[in-house]
Design a binder for this molecule. Sequence first.
Ligand SMILES: [Zn+2]
Length: 80
Amino acid sequence: MAKDAENQGNTVAEMIDLDMEATAFSHACSRYRPLDLAALSKTRGPDMPIRRVALRLCENCGARDCGVLLRKATREERWN
Ligand SMILES: [Zn+2]
């Protein structure tokens, strides 16, 4: 019933705030591509839902069914 309580997809700004890393994954060609959340925030706006990002075309094969993997960034990785 409480649709507002469902997680409809965090926004780019929220992911940056939570130190999350996003990686686009193309089911069609099994390619992973890290997403630059800071750049997305500037080009698409901070309120861009991550789920919308996932619907972008795969730059490698042009597939439209790309998914986005989210994970917490570690301090070591952030410094790399
Ligand atoms: Zn692809």
